[in-house]
Design a protein around this ligand. Structure first.
Ligand code: MF3
Ligand code: CO
Length: 252
């Protein structure tokens, strides 16, 4: 069940990514995400969550997370992160990615690569025998080795019957602390990183989190399950698979 909801999120995120171009209003991404979700028999998970007003979070440049879609248009050189979740038959899926709008700076390219790389570095420790904080530590080490910083005010989380379940998963901290990882655990692992300092400010809309120093930020997230066959990235839909899907080729 969780695979199904997470795959819907991955698929819709890939469709949204393909829409990204200069001039696109961020509200158009939100409308598309909501319409597709309902077409596929699911419901948006974020809309109404603690009063969040939209289905999608769109965070641009120094915005880290929880950017509210609006009439703002994307422009060449922007770094845009899309964070999306659905509930399908009572189970939640949650994922995020960051992508360039046209040509972006070298720093922006390095930052988004670091957010993705940090996710995979953390996933290395998503195995029986490791501690939860081993994931946190691996993410922090990877990000800081590249000269960037990890946002501390927001965390990854358990996911399943609710969008946010225990345990919390910080993206920093010492290894070998807290609970041990066990088969059956499903997490949203989500490094949020900044090119500058990690301090955060919340805009007057009550949601949008930005870097205090206005440096660029990036976010990358997947819903992952530890199965008897090892870790599986439930919300990952590869670009090849997405291309096949658009041609009408379907996977089991
Ligand atoms: N991926 C984010 C999270 O895990 C999205 C939450 S947005 C909200 O918490 F609107 F639902 F709050
Ligand atoms: Co999340």
């Amino acid at each position: 069940m969780m695979r199904q909801s997470a795959r819907l999120v991955g698929q819709i995120l890939q469709e949204l990514k393909a829409m990204i171009r200069p001039g696109l209003k961020t509200i158009e991404l939100d409308k598309y995400a909501e319409k597709r979700t309902k077409e596929l028999g699911a419901q948006p998970a974020f809309k109404g969550y603690r009063g969040y007003p939209a289905s999608l979070c769109v965070s641009i440049n120094e915005e880290i997370i929880h950017g509210i879609p609006s009439d703002r248009q994307l422009k060449e050189g922007d770094l845009v992160s899309l964070d999306f979740g659905v509930v399908y038959e009572g189970f939640y899926g949650d994922a995020a990615l960051t992508c360039p709008v046209g040509e972006v700076s070298e720093e922006a390219r390095r930052l988004l690569a670091a957010a993705e790389g940090a996710f995979w570095a953390g996933l290395e420790y998503f195995k029986e025998g490791h501690y939860l904080s081993d994931i946190s530590h691996a993410i922090q080490t990877y990000v800081e080795a590249r000269g960037f910083s990890v946002i501390r005010n927001f965390v990854g989380h358990g996911i399943g019957y609710a969008l946010h379940e225990d345990p919390q998963l910080p993206n920093y901290g010492p290894p070998h602390h807290g609970p041990r990882i066990k088969t059956g655990l499903v997490l949203a692992i989500e490094p949020m990183i900044a090119a500058g300092n990690w301090e955060v400010e919340i805009l007057s809309d009550g949601w949008t989190a930005i870097t205090k120093d206005r440096s660029l930020a990036a976010h990358y997230e997947h819903t992952v399950a530890l199965t008897e066959n090892g870790p599986q990235v439930l919300s990952l839909v590869s670009e090849e698979e997405q291309a096949d899907r658009e041609k009408g080729v379907h996977y089991a």
